[in-house]
Design a protein around this ligand. Structure first.
Ligand SMILES: [Ca+2]
Length: 228
């Protein structure tokens, strides 16, 4: 009975304003190809842009086990892979050629403009990230971020989380590779927001092994309280 009461309170507190939100879904991943599974063989990085612009030979989207020293094929979390890793992952090179390298994707949020005016909207940006444990300066670190923008392209808010070199974990003596770890950012979507840019960033680049890896990137919105 107690659980039912709490449930009722939560439901009744949500914003139920009548708003027009065509083609807009709450509680679903709004990113396309967040799991790196689309068309990895052709290395087109579907739905993601790179900065700087990459060539098709950069192996930005790679299959587990394909590159020597980067996990094993047909493995799972005991080899350091994220849960439900699928076949492929994102691979951001930071080396002598690239001191900074990013993949980014824009999510059009104009469809929930009326909702955002009426209600508080929460976001959850999550990803799995891996890199090489390194205590030297210049080793690569990774950042997950979101930049919200209004209809004129002006920033309405930015949130990010960085994983430093020395925070990455090795799997253990039986495996040479690193362990994917989940990271997440949760907060409120700023008012006047019209779009969101999701960025996967790598920075550093002391050597050829200084790559940053991502998989299972997700950006989900949920409706909160009615604005006062
Ligand atoms: Ca995947």
């Amino acid at each position: 009975m107690k659980r039912l009461t709490i449930y009722f309170v939560i439901i009744s507190g949500l914003c139920n304003a009548q708003v027009s939100t065509p083609n807009f879904n709450y509680s679903q991943n709004l990113l396309s190809n967040g799991d790196a599974e689309i068309d990895a063989l052709n290395r087109k990085i579907i739905s993601w842009n790179s900065l700087p612009k990459s060539t098709s030979n950069d192996y930005l989207q790679n299959s587990y086990g394909e590159t020597l020293g980067e996990w094993e094929a047909n493995c799972d979390e005991k080899c350091g892979l994220p849960p439900n890793a699928g076949t492929n992952y994102f691979r951001l090179p930071t080396d002598d050629s690239y001191k900074n390298f990013s993949l980014y994707q824009t999510v059009d949020l104009s469809g929930f403009k009326d909702s955002l005016e009426a209600c508080i909207i929460n976001f959850d940006l999550t990803a799995y990230i891996a890199g090489i444990n390194c205590s030297e300066s210049g080793c690569a670190h990774g950042t997950l971020s979101v930049i919200f923008k209004d209809i004129n392209g002006k920033q309405t808010g930015t949130y990010e989380m960085t994983k430093d070199n020395n925070e990455f974990k090795d799997i253990g003596s039986n495996y040479a590779m690193h362990k994917f770890e989940g990271i997440s950012i949760s907060n409120l979507v700023p008012e006047k927001t019209n779009s969101a840019e999701i960025w996967l960033k790598a920075a550093g680049g002391c050597c050829d092994l200084a790559s940053i890896f991502f998989d299972n990137v997700s950006f989900v919105l949920s409706k909160g309280e009615k604005r006062k």
